[in-house]
Write a protein that binds this ligand. Structure first.
Ligand code: FES
Ligand code: FES
Length: 152
């Protein structure tokens, strides 16, 4: 089937097979590999994107459901060569090690700060509870969230 959707502000058409996930379509058809595929079970958050402004695990969303809707991936956050403030904060806080979790975390933190501009520790913990990181121990990620919040 063929669907129409907006991805990172651009109106696109995509052909997909019936059971295809939004994640697979983004990565394989639309050549946007920023959203990572780690578990495909909604457990790790590495595939997080915004669907009509709502944070979702793109591995759990059938691509067909995106028909007529707007998706923002991590690739859509930067302004040309200029990193998004959340991306910049992750770099400056040293919140990236292997980087596999980073795109999903950046999207989740962007969503958090849009909803709660100055989150407390519990709100950060709650917001990032669906995003697994096996490298950092989360301390630097919390630093990045606070840095990004300070700069808003
Ligand atoms: S790949 Fe989607 S939650 Fe892990
Ligand atoms: S930096 Fe490696 S999983 Fe988070």
């Amino acid at each position: 089937m063929r669907i129409e959707l907006t991805v990172n502000g651009e109106r696109l058409e995509a052909d997909l097979w019936g059971g295809e996930s939004l994640l697979t379509m983004l990565r394989d058809t639309l050549e946007l590999p920023g959203s990572k595929n780690a578990c495909e079970q909604g457990e790790c958050g590495s595939c997080s994107v915004l669907l009509d402004g709502e944070l979702v695990c793109s591995c759990l969303v059938p691509a067909a459901q995106a028909n007529g809707h707007a998706v923002v991936t991590v690739e859509g956050l930067a302004d040309g060569d200029e990193l998004h403030p959340v991306q910049q904060a992750f770099v400056e806080a040293g919140a990236v090690q292997c980087g596999f979790c980073t795109p999903g975390l950046v999207v989740a933190v962007t969503d958090l700060l849009a909803r709660i501009p100055d989150p407390g520790d519990d709100e950060i913990r709650e917001a990032l509870s669906g995003n697994l990181c096996r490298c950092t121990g989360y301390a630097k990620i919390f630093d990045a969230v606070r840095l990004a919040a300070e700069r808003r």
